[in-house]
Ligand binder design. Structure first.
Ligand code: UDP
Ligand code: MG
Length: 322
């Protein structure tokens, strides 16, 4: 299967001509230190600058360099997934092209992998050179995501990580289109661990993750791993029904004890609250059903067997053949 290749490095690139040479050079330096065969898979996500031509140049002198070019910009998460589909190595490392993730850390990841871990993710202890807004929204997002799902998705980690071949094979079986790869990696399971690092500034060029792409990524993360957002309607419905009913009871008590009339709008308001509450609750219940349909439609395999003793491992639900 792995054609003698030990490590596959997957590098998504989108208009990275100003950094790509440095990235290539540093990755090569680090990977040569391992003394084992490796491949550098650049996934060109529809760049419209000279990124692809430059990579082809490196390829002329260096067989380890490989290039996949997309027909258009499909997005970072899809580029990573394509790289994994093509990777041949016994371990696959995903790293950004802008040297925000230090390639030297790959050696620590490999050491952990050799200890027997299947996933080694890089956890950021600091993020340098990013705007206050980006840091704040990222921090908030990771906290909200982990609060709204039962799955243990590590906070403050990007896609910089090492995956064992078997994890990579499992990821290839997940057919969903709106992919949030770091969540899927957690979902797959196996033995996972972290190495910590301080995230550097982008070496050059600008972020390829404008606000719009960040919002899309966070919505993919939230909706793929939680249907808490839709459950909020049920919770809100309950609160509103309870307050409407309490309001009605209070009005009734007032009428009984004080024997005086109550302004009509009080009654209208109380009824309004109860009715809105009922509507919201019903919406939430509909949401529960939609959530379940969504679970089915995503068609993830129901479970993943890690090892089998005394029987053959069976594949189930394999839809996408790569
Ligand atoms: N990238 C990509 N397709 C895109 C956007 C980004 O392949 O549509 C790549 C980009 O070239 C880089 C990585 O994904 O290697 C992360 O992007 P970036 O560094 O701009 O994101 P940030 O670090 O600012 O979140
Ligand atoms: Mg970056």
């Amino acid at each position: 299967m792995n054609a003698g290749i030990c490590y596959s490095i997957v590098i998504p690139v989108y208009n990275e001509e100003v950094v790509i040479y440095q990235t290539y050079r540093r990755l090569k330096q680090v990977m040569d230190l391992t003394g084992e065969p490796y491949e550098l898979i650049f996934v060109n996500d529809g760049s419209c600058d000279h990124t692809a031509a430059m990579i082809k140049n490196y390829r002329d002198q260096d067989e380890a360099v490989k290039l996949i070019t997309f027909s258009r910009n499909f997005g970072h998460q899809i580029a990573i997934s394509a790289g994994m589909d093509y990777a041949l190595g016994a371990a696959v490392v995903v790293i950004d092209a802008d040297l925000q993730d230090p390639p030297e850390l790959i050696l620590d990841m490999i050491a952990k992998w050799k200890e027997g871990f299947d996933v080694v993710y890089a956890k950021r202890t600091k993020r340098k050179g990013e705007t206050f807004f980006k840091k704040l929204t990222a921090r908030l997002f990771y906290r909200i995501l982990s609060a709204s799902t039962d799955l243990d998705i590590p906070t403050d980690t990007g896609d910089f990580r090492l995956l064992d071949r078997r994890v990579c094979e499992e990821l290839k079986r997940l057919p969903e289109k709106n992919r949030y790869v770091r969540g899927l990696v957690s979902w797959v399971g196996f033995r996972q661990t972290a190495v910590e690092y301080e995230r550097d500034e982008r070496l050059a060029g600008e972020t390829k993750y404008p606000l719009k792409k960040m919002i899309k990524l966070s919505m993919d993360g939230l909706t793929s791993f939680s249907y808490k957002p839709i459950k909020m309607a049920t919770y809100a419905g309950f609160v509103i029904i309870t307050s409407g009913l309490s309001y009605l009871v209070a009005l009734l008590l007032f009428k009984v004890f004080y024997k005086s009339g109550i302004a009509g709008w009080n009654l209208v308001l109380a009824m309004q609250l109860v009715l809105t509450g009922i509507l919201l609750t019903m919406m939430g219940i509909l949401g529960e059903y939609i959530g379940r349909i969504y679970d089915e439609a995503r068609d993830r395999p129901l479970y993943i067997v890690s090892e089998c003793y005394g029987m053959m491992k069976k594949e189930r639900n394999v839809k996408r053949v790569v």
